[in-house]
Ligand binder design. Structure first.
Ligand code: OGA
Ligand code: MN
Length: 217
């Protein structure tokens, strides 16, 4: 296949990558993908971020829309919600739509919507252990986070840590050993079942940018 064609196909996510993603989510409920978004899609996301100003970012709230509150002891990042429209977001949202249809075929989830925001963590910021969705509520089903930090180093901290789902056992879900630790490196993408994994963002030592999205029903 022509390299150019390969790249064009890859913009819609190569079949082998999708297969691995499906298997990982089926087996373990989460997946870490270094190559889900193409290099050009990542560059376009970074371009879009650069076009935003500080006035587009707001201190992130916690909880459902109805009891939206801001508590800096729980999270200290600033967020900016994204909507399809700008040309530089086209490839990202096209990939998302492709994934939505794929998940619906594979898992019969009935995903209908997707919402996403940039989250910018200044040095010192973190996000304490939380769940993205509460079981039984018709809302977020799959979380998808892509990191946009070039030249990230281990000493920069800011790891995403996933904990096992211990909600059925006596032990406290928030005090167990980590299941997964992810450094927020350029292009790394993490997906997990929103109701199943308590997770946190460890304090970051460098400015940390992620694009976090949720497939919803
Ligand atoms: C969130 C979240 C994790 C990250 O925004 O709900 O958990 O690594 N983000 O940015
Ligand atoms: Mn979260």
């Amino acid at each position: 296949m022509l390299p150019q064609l390969l790249h064009k196909n890859a913009d819609m996510t190569a079949p082998a990558i999708l297969t691995r993603l499906t298997q990982d989510i089926e087996r373990q409920g989460y997946a870490v993908m270094p190559d889900l978004f193409t290099p050009s899609t990542l560059e376009q996301l970074a371009t879009h971020y650069q076009r935003l100003g500080s006035e587009d970012f707001h201190l992130a709230g916690i909880g459902r829309e109805s009891d939206h509150e801001i508590n800096r002891r729980v999270r200290a990042d600033k967020t900016c919600w994204l909507e399809p429209g700008p040309p530089e977001l086209f490839d990202y949202f096209a990939t998302i739509e492709h994934l939505r249809q794929h998940f619906n075929r594979q898992f019969f989830l009935g995903l209908r919507e997707f919402e996403c925001h940039f989250a910018c963590y200044p040095p010192g910021a973190f996000y304490r252990t939380h769940l993205d969705a509460f079981r039984g509520k018709p809302s977020r089903k799959i979380s998808l986070i892509v990191y946009l930090n070039r030249a990230w180093q281990a000493s920069d901290g800011g790891e995403l840590i996933l904990y096992p789902d211990n909600s059925d056992s006596e032990s406290c879900a928030w005090r167990t050993d980590p299941l997964l630790t992810v450094e927020p490196r350029w292009g790394t993408t993490v997906l997990f079942l929103s109701e199943d994994f308590p997770h946190e963002v460890r304090p970051t030592n460098a400015t940390r940018l992620s694009l976090t999205g949720w497939f919803r029903i």
